[in-house]
Ligand binder design. Sequence first.
Ligand code: FAD
Ligand code: NAI
Length: 469
Amino acid sequence: MSEQNYDLVIIGSGPGGYTCAIRASQLGLKTAIIEKDKTLGGTCLNVGCIPSKALLESSEHFSMAQHDFASHGVKLSNVELDLPTMLSRKEKVVKELTQGVAFLMKKNKVDVFYGTGSLQSAQQVKVQLSTGELKILGAKKIVLATGSVPVDLPFLKVDEKKIVSSTGALCLDKVPKKLAVIGAGVIGLELGSVWKRLGSQVTVFEFANKICGTLDSGTATQFQKILAKQGFEFHLETKVTGAEVTAKGVELQYESVVDGKKGSMIADVVLVAIGRKPFSGSLGLNEAGVLQDKVGRVVVDNHFKTNIDSIYAIGDLIAGPMLAHKAEEEGVAVAEILAGKYGHVNYLTVPSVIYTWPEVASVGLTEEQLKEQNIPYNVGTFPFLANGRAKALGYTEGQVKILAHKNHDRIMGVHIVGPRASEVIAEAVIAMEFCGSSEDLARSFHAHPTLAETVREAALACDKRARQM
Ligand code: FAD
Ligand code: NAI
């Protein structure tokens, strides 16, 4: 068995791992990365962020061609869905980006090993190469970045055909007439939107009393109303209790958690989207003595270090929101720490986005959190209805809500439902990163006419001086 030595060995090539590898190499560390799958990029590039956004874009075009172009004076007849082309376009986008990561590894002189990595000792990683060979990599430091996998329901075995996780829902070969979604979280609503736009009837079952658990409540209520208008059927406070695959489809039994009222439906496809859990099965954490918490997340300190001095962990494998940009920032921070610099992640400004139409984007605290923490605040809201660019776009549902501290006006949270909210949120993130106030936003130039002007107006509204509405 051959052995090679590195300053840093990273296990897992998702946004956490590959970003860490690039930064470490830039800082002069001899770096290797190990990936068990055939392509680099992890969940995000292969079966997560990128393919879902490709399908969201394509399905939105289809929906607009059917329902919206006519109002712009663009007449189309016989708008038809070509699902194989839509799916192969998505594959092409994924392929280009995963190859892009492979190129970046080469450019940054990071050695890539395709195979399953596990901890052999505190400074050795064993790699079961996909070619069948075994290799030992010596490592001064090891970063675990093995990400997460979907949570299952014990009575609903995912076959990725009729009962699917997000991975199967990204490649259904025909549009299900009836799609049942279990879990009204990000995946359920994004992928539910894709198939809804392509023609499915979508029924969502959610255990909690609101959609998108951690979202600001007012924002979630507004969002749910918009989705219901689009045709989403919601069963909140409902648990699915059983399922049977029959010739007709999947028969689901469900029950209200409030009054026990029972119901059933037959769906062509069921999407199980009830959350994700850290993935560390193959790492040999117990044997190496690496501590995990009750839900399997690797426990790290402020410097991403586990209880073993040479072993670090980042991304979905540790606590915090399971988001690609969070994993990336941690990847950069840990590389900088390992190179003797001051890596740091500001968790107060992690934006989160739901890429439906309209989109939902938020950063910072919700109104509920401000109340819980007894933080006095002002609220400024502004509707897209009064925004010139939204009118021109033909989409005016939603609003921007800014929460600013009552005493010193610092921005505490921003919550947006509206067109292109994913782009609009960026200025709020920067403002919060610089500890900005609502007045700072209100006094900043915003090009006219842009959707971002709604942010300035909401900031003005914090001081009760919005200029419109
Ligand atoms: P991952 O991306 O999961 O990468 C881990 C890698 O490690 C994988 O490639 C895996 O094969 C590899 N690995 C695991 N074990 C081993 C081993 N023993 N040896 C070698 N390799 C191993 N986040 C966003 O911010 N925006 C979005 O729009 C978004 N959309 C999403 C859509 C879907 C459908 C899903 C499922 C997720 C989405 N996410 C999104 C979440 C995002 O994908 C994750 O937060 C992110 O990928 C986590 O990055 P990571 O580097 O921690 O792990
Ligand atoms: P989620 O945590 O967003 O939502 C899961 C939902 O399922 C919750 O509302 C929960 O109450 C509900 N639930 C749990 N058990 C249930 C049950 N038995 N019956 C009915 N409902 C139940 O998880 P999701 O959507 O699976 O996404 C996983 C992760 O992936 C998220 O944490 C998210 O951060 C990430 N992701 C991010 C995206 C983005 O940034 N745009 C897109 C997709 C995923």
